[in-house]
Design a protein around this ligand. Structure first.
Ligand SMILES: [Zn+2]
Length: 93
């Protein structure tokens, strides 16, 4: 995995350093989703998730889990592209 080509990276506070959205932003999710080494993406996002849980104690862990790990699930990539975090029914799956 070549993380260096990902321009949208997490900044302090877990916003994207490039666009300011919560990281991983839409651009980062699309770049990570296109990465063929799914295990490397999962390890990368797991490390970020652990740091985010420590640094954002006021955010529900379930929200952070959904935020970081939806990128990994290939079967949800279509949904991610159209509706990043919440399905049409309301709550994140
Ligand atoms: Zn971004």
């Amino acid at each position: 995995m070549s993380v260096a080509r990902v321009a949208h990276l997490p900044a302090p506070g877990w916003a994207c350093a490039e666009c300011g959205e919560d990281y991983p932003c839409q651009a980062a999710r699309e770049m990570l989703a296109a990465e063929p080494d799914r295990r490397a993406v999962a390890v990368y996002l797991a490390a970020l998730f652990i740091d985010a849980v420590r640094e954002l104690p006021d955010r529900p862990v379930t929200d952070l889990y959904a935020r970081f790990f939806r990128v990994v699930r290939r079967d949800r990539l279509t949904a991610v592209r159209h509706d990043p975090w919440v399905p049409a029914g309301g709550r994140p799956r």
